[in-house]
Structure formats: C-alpha cells, structure tokens
Design a protein around this ligand. Structure first.
Ligand code: SF4
Length: 484
C-alpha cells in the first residue's frame, strides 16, 4: 500500500472512516479464502499455524515448528522483523535444509505488484533466520479442467519470482523506515493521479478527488479506446478544446461533433441496412453466467463462464413477440438443462441476436462441445448469431453515452423508459451475486423465490431493451414508436 501511495497508507491507519465501501470486497475475500483452502488440501501433511488466540501465539508456534526441524509444509507461517509481521501462505521444505515460499493467489498469473509483496516476505523471513531457497506466486492454472468431483490436483501453478524480488529485498529496510516515518507524520500531500487506480482502485478516491477543482464537463477521456491519451499528453484535457481537423479517427470525430453540437448522431438508413438481412423469426438472446476460480462442474476450467440463465424474446415478421426464459437456482450443474432449453426454446431458423454477441456465441459453442447429442442444433444456432452492438456503434451516438456503447450507456439516450434503477438485480455483477446467494444450502425458499423473480426481471429487461433499441435505431427521430 505504501508503494502505491504514502497517503493511502496514512489514511488507512489514521482516517479509516473516509474509505468508500467496496461492493466486491466480500466476494473477493470469499474467493481468496476458497482458493487458499484448496491449496492447503493439496498438501495433506501440512501444518496450519492458527492465529488463535492471537498473532503473538502464531509467532511462537511458527518458531517452535522451525526450531524443531519440521520437515512438512507449514501454512500461514508467522514471522516478524523490525516491527513488520507477515503470514506466509505456504512454506515447503526444499529437501536441502531450506524452504520454498509460496503466496497463493486466485489470479490466473503472477502480476507485477506481487513481486513487492513477495520481497517483503522474503526480507522478513531471512531476517527471522529462515533460509528461503525459492519464492513463488502460486496462482490458478487456467488450463486446469476438473475431471473428478473434488480432485483439484493441478489447479495451481507456481511462477518463481525470486530473481525479480531479490533486488527489492535489499531496499526493504529503507522502505519500512520511510513508511514508518510517513505514519508518524502529518497527512501526506500526495496529488491524485494514475497511481490511484493501479494496481488497485483506491478506497479514498472520493475524499482526495473532492479536494480537486472540478474538471471539464466533457473531458478528452470520453474519446473511446484511449483516444484521449494523446491530448492529455499535449496538456489538453477538455474535449471542446480539441481541434476537430486533428481527429483522423472517424469514431473520435463523431464523438467530438456530437459533444460539441449536442446533436445526436443517428444514421437510420445505416441501421436499417445493417439489420435488413437478419432473418425472422429473430431471437433476442442474453445469458447470465458465473465463473468460479475453483471450478465446480466436471469438465469446466477456472473462471469458465457457466450459463445459469437466459432470456429469449422471439420476434416474428409480423411484429409478434414471445418471451421464453431459463433459470436454474437449485445448485446443480445448469449446463445440460440450459442446453436443452436453448434447443427447445430458440427456433431452428432465423437470426439469434445478442449485444456484444461473441459472448452468447461462445457460450452456445461451449455447450455444444459439452453435449455431443445437442451439438448439431447448438452449432447451427451459434452460426446464426449476429450482433446489435456494432450496428449501434456505427449508427448512433448521444453525447451522454460519454464514449461508451455498452447497452447500459446507450439505453438512457434512446429508450429512457428501459431503465434498470427499479430492478433489484441491476447488472451482470449483481446477477452473479444473486445466483451465488440462491444456490447455497442456507438460502431460504422465500429468499430463493425473491432472487428468482429479481433475476428473471433483470435478464428479461436486457432482451426487451435490445428489441426497443433496434426498433428505435431504425426510426427517424421525429417518429414515435418502438415499443414492444
Ligand atoms: S486517491 Fe490517490 S492520492 Fe488519494 S490516497 Fe488514494 S492513491 Fe493516494
């Protein structure tokens, strides 16, 4: 934390109450806990150092294990040096009198910021007299496939970062002294900048940014795909100050023009032409999925997106609409039932339309690969998938989208009544949380029913919104309509 920002460290110790609530913290903690527990089960002869009754006891226990010449893995080995206490996820005997150190992470690869964490542990361990011969990040191996229930042998891979950590270890003493001096002093006067988001979004951003003068209403950062970077480098932060003649990218020019003029860019003929070939019956399709770091379903990989819900609005050429849906909240593997429901509910002909549809197509093809008896129907369905997102991007822009064509950014500008504010489940993240809550054994039938209702309302809104969006894209602005 000190290395990301001295002020963040200071605030986290002296002004903790200024931190913003982190919605995802609980889920991340639960994932980390699950991953850590699995890593321990893979070393069945390991010894856990409990933090009970307190960390002082953990220090004593660790020291006793090391001094007694233990030749087994140690979990949460607790060591201290110069007032810095660390708990090392895994220490494994290296067979030559030393120890291999591993920090367990739920990510699928080692990241740059892991090196600093590892260096601190290395510095403490060495100064506490523990000979460390290698140090690694033990991360989830994304190529792992669960083949038997509960068999996670192979779930992790070690990336050795000893060589990268070594140069940092030498300076750790100075860094600790600097951190201590920071904590003993007044609140640091650190200006917000790029470091506020990397490697982690800072929980004090609201506090720090409130002290800054207000920025322009339309910053250059609304130019999509990092288009604002070159202007910021030239000291231009206001999009209204950008010379339009210097915008060679057509999308940037369009965003600039719509922002400066306040006029919507809308190419009705372009939208009509793009959708003219989408055969009826049209199926407007949206999946909700969940990906667990520790795969739970046979045949799945870590973080593989498993569909547990879909909504399909089927539209006929005469404008008729029929809604169909699937949702599995009983905690079983939802894939077979989902695949069967798709084959049953999605017509065998006509376009299948998604928004950012490569996601829908990918899920359908994964189901086809998992269930050979349904593969022909599902593969044919995937071949009929078309995408409303590029059509929208090419033919509509309202400056309130602020450079985004996500459906949540577009809808308020073209179909404001399709808002999500009144829904209990409002986005993909909260849909995953609802699903995770509903499938645990302790969820009451009443709560599960409430979650079921909320999930159906959300996913159904997504596909309904796509139809309204598509219809409005094809109507001139002075024509009312597009309702379904
Ligand atoms: S918001 Fe930025 S400047 Fe403020 S404490 Fe966090 S990282 Fe430091």
């Amino acid at each position: 934390m000190f290395e990301q920002c001295p002020k963040r460290l200071w605030l986290s110790v002296h002004r903790r109450e200024l931190a913003e609530h982190d919605d995802g913290a609980e889920a991340r903690f639960a994932t980390g806990h699950e991953v850590g527990a699995i890593a321990c089960t893979l070393l069945p002869n390991g010894v856990m150092v409990e933090a009970e009754p307190d960390l002082a006891a953990a220090l004593v226990t660790t020291r006793a294990l090391l001094d007694n010449g233990l030749a087994q893995p140690i979990f949460e080995a607790t060591l201290q040096h110069d007032g810095v206490l660390v708990r090392i996820d895994v220490l494994e005997p290296d067979g030559a009198g030393g120890w291999h150190m591993a920090e367990v992470k739920s990510s699928t690869k080692a990241k740059d910021y892991h090196v600093g964490d590892l260096a601190t542990q290395l510095w403490v361990a060495r100064n506490a007299g523990v000979p460390i011969s290698s140090a690694a990040i033990r991360h989830v191996d994304s190529s792992f496939v669960l083949e038997r229930d509960g068999d996670y042998d192979g779930l992790f891979a070690d990336t050795d970062l000893m060589a990268q950590a070594e140069p940092i270890v030498a300076g750790r003493g100075d860094a600790v002294a600097a951190a201590r001096a920071t904590l003993a002093g007044a609140e640091p006067d650190t200006a917000p900048g790029a470091h506020c988001d990397a490697p982690f979004p800072c929980e004090f951003a609201g506090y720090c940014h409130a002290a800054l003068p207000a920025g322009p209403e339309w910053p250059v950062s609304v130019l999509p795909h990092g288009g604002g970077k070159r202007w910021i480098e030239q000291g231009i932060v206001d999009l209204l100050a950008v010379d339009p003649a210097a915008l060679s990218n057509a999308v940037h020019a369009r965003v600039h023009r719509a922002t400066v003029s306040g006029e919507v860019y809308h190419d009705v003929e372009g939208a009509r032409a793009a959708m003219a070939g989408w055969a009826f019956p049209r199926t407007w399709l949206d999946f909700e999925t969940i990906g667990f770091a520790v795969p739970r379903r046979i045949g799945t990989r870590p973080y593989q997106q498993v569909p547990f819900q879909f909504s399909a609005h089927v539209e006929t050429a005469d404008g008729g609409i029929m809604h169909r849906e699937f949702l599995s909240l009983d905690g079983s593997d939802p894939r077979r039932a989902c695949a069967e429901a798709l084959v049953e509910m999605v017509p065998p002909t006509g376009a299948v339309i998604g928004y950012n549809a490569s996601f829908e197509k990918g899920r359908i093809l994964e189901l086809a690969a998992a269930f050979p008896d349904l593969a022909d129907a599902l593969t044919a369905m995937a071949a009929r998938v078309v995408d409303l997102l590029p059509v929208t991007r090419a033919n509509w822009y309202h400056r309130d989208q602020r450079g985004s064509w996500s459906i949540k950014a577009v809808l308020p500008t073209i179909a404001a009544e399709m808002d999500y504010a009144s829904l209990e489940v409002k986005d993909g993240g909260s849909a995953q949380e609802a699903y995770a809550e509903a499938i645990v054994a302790g969820c009451t039938p009443e709560r599960r029913l409430a979650l079921d209702t909320a999930l159906r309302a959300y996913c159904g809104r997504d596909t309904e919104a796509m139809i309204v969006l598509a219809r409005r894209l094809q109507l001139h602005d002075d024509v009312c309509g597009g309702e379904i």
